[in-house]
Design a protein around this ligand. Structure first.
Ligand code: UDX
Ligand code: UDX
Ligand code: ADP
Length: 476
């Protein structure tokens, strides 16, 4: 069998790599319109950072996994084509800011229709609105050449960045939606056969196409909702003296609720959660279900509130002014173990501090410096990119980032931040020295003993100075 995948990004790349690893009898060609991206996939430095991905790509590349810009040949030769192009939120026109922009999916479908000379199974892997498969089908059938048959399947990807390889190798489930016709069933069987190379058949779920499309949006909406739920309680904790970690633990031990995805934070980010919920909201509004739309909108509103609340807390703690103060930002990616910054909470935090006149010293172990500058100078973030460039310095080392700063703001939960030498950091900072832990990963008691003023999410700390006056904090 020959497989082609259109779109060599965060989804297409790892998915095809693992598929190639597990299916030596299948040839997979991953194509992209970006020649630069394909060149990177063919080089020593892959275009995305994902733990374990390098090894898998090295094993399969040019054996049964190929990266190419020759989209036409790959489509022509393939029996089965995955579409894994990006589906960003629309930035103009009707549905602006909410609806998914399907222009890349549509252009991929048109290309298939134009080039195909034999039967194809077309699989939508990108997250799309419910009934998108129908649109793809319309395009393909309207341009169908005689004797060519198309089957459209929905096969949403549930991998999370940072753990993509493990998620793909040990997927909780694989979901395949297809048409309820004999041809549709056959197409589902063919795709299922690929996954059966490594996923137990009982974990391969088949549904109708619409259920499959909606399940992907629903799964992301549920996950995001849990984070907004615990984040809403973090505000209550800070106001009352409860500790959100204790609350999350107590709640999560109820087996009906479960303990995962209850980590209060500065706010969720990533390319999927916000986009998919906005998409769900847009669909609900179009289906005249305003109550449902309002319900899910609240998950996004709570996330925005959390990001704002954390940023405001930094400013208030620093005597209500950060103008010309140096502030270190540790972590810029939307979560650890990825270099991806899409929708990262760090952008909101930096934007707020920059608007207040702060100077930022930013360090992230994997995000490229140009990416940080691009994000912070984007027209949606600032009207004066030149001023932002002057106010931001990117560092390749955390100790250089924190030197002579008034505060350290931790935005991403990278493991390496836990083990930094905080005594050394304290000594190199301005006093009073503040730490704002947006991920709740640091040892706050120890930091207070060193002399830091510590603020975090969902727990109120006494000021270090106050503790010291009680003789609790040893002097350095
Ligand atoms: C609830 C909590 O489960 C329990 O831990 C707490 O101590 C008291 O409140 P209870 O109200 O007795 O217990 O019953 P529960 O099984 O939680 O059901 C509550 C309502 O939710 C019922 O009307 C039930 O029919 C409904 N429900 C429950 C659903 O509609 N769907 C579900 O999936 C589960
Ligand atoms: C998510 C889904 O998990 C995945 O199934 C889907 O295919 C794509 O979207 P991803 O966005 O890559 O994956 O990462 P995820 O681990 O879900 O984290 C999303 C955001 O939520 C991150 O910013 C993360 O830091 C945050 N988060 C996660 C929390 O703040 N608290 C938590 O308890 C969990
Ligand atoms: P995701 O996180 O969904 O994988 P990415 O932006 O990382 O999204 O990747 C999507 C990829 O799809 C990009 O590399 C983009 O160049 C590619 N792409 C978009 N439209 C097309 C198209 N019509 N043909 C080929 N590649 C495309």
């Amino acid at each position: 069998m020959k497989v082609c995948c259109i779109g060599a990004g965060y989804v297409g790349g790892p998915t095809c790599a693992v598929m190639a690893l597990k299916c030596p009898d299948i040839t997979i060609t991953l194509v992209d319109k970006s020649a630069e991206r394909i060149a990177q996939w063919n080089s020593e430095k892959l275009p995305i950072y994902e733990p374990g991905l390098d090894e898998v790509v090295k094993k399969c590349r040019n054996v049964n996994l190929f990266f190419s810009t020759d989209i036409a040949t790959a489509i022509k030769e393939a029996d089965l084509i995955f579409i894994s192009v990006n589906t960003p939120t629309k930035t103009c026109g009707s549905g602006k800011g909410r609806a998914a922009d399907l222009k890349y999916v549509e252009s991929a479908a048109r290309m298939i229709a134009e080039i195909a000379q034999s039967n194809k199974i077309v699989v939508e892997k990108s997250t799309v609105p419910v009934r998108a498969a129908e649109s793809i089908m319309h395009i393909l059938r309207a341009n169908q050449k005689p004797g060519i048959h198309y089957d459209i399947l929905s096969n949403p990807e549930f991998l999370a960045e940072g753990t993509a390889i493990n998620d793909l190798l040990n997927a909780d489930r694989v979901l395949i939606g297809g048409e309820e016709t004999p041809e549709g069933h056959q197409a589902v069987e063919k795709l299922s056969w690929i996954y059966e190379h490594w996923i137990p058949k009982k974990n391969i779920l088949t549904t109708n196409t619409w259920s499959s499309e909606l399940s992907k949006l629903a799964a992301n909406a549920f996950l995001a909702q849990r984070i907004s739920s615990i984040n809403s309680l973090s505000a209550v904790c800070e106001a009352t003296g409860a500790d959100v970690s204790e609350v999350a633990r107590a709640v999560g031990l109820d087996s009906r609720i479960g303990s995962k995805f209850l980590q209060a934070s500065v706010g969720f980010g990533g390319s999927c959660f916000q986009k998919d919920i906005l998409n769900l909201i847009y669909i609900c509004e179009n289906l005249n279900l305003p109550e449902v739309a309002a319900y899910w909108q609240q998950v996004i509103d709570m996330n925005d509130y959390q990001k704002r609340r954390f940023s405001q807390k930094i400013i208030e703690s620093l005597f209500n002014t950060v103008s010309d103060k140096r502030i270190a930002i540790l972590g810029f990616a939307f979560k650890k173990n990825t270099g991806d910054t899409r929708e990262t909470a760090a952008i909101t935090v930096c934007q707020t501090l920059l608007e207040e006149g702060a100077k930022l010293d930013i360090y992230d172990p994997k995000v490229e410096p140009e990416q940080i500058i691009d994000d912070l100078t984007h027209p949606s973030v600032t009207e004066s990119p030149e001023n932002v460039k002057k106010a931001v310095q990117i560092h390749s080392d955390p100790y250089s980032a924190v030197r002579a700063t008034h505060a350290l703001v931790l935005c991403t939960e990278w493991d390496e931040f836990v083990d930094l030498d905080y005594k050394r950091i304290y000594q190199s900072m301005m006093k009073p020295a503040y730490i704002f832990d947006g991920r709740k990963i640091l040892d706050h008691e120890r930091l207070q003993q060193i002399g830091f003023h510590v603020q975090t999410i969902g727990k109120k700390y006494q000021r270090a100075g106050l503790l010291r006056s009680w003789g609790i904090v040893p002097q350095l």
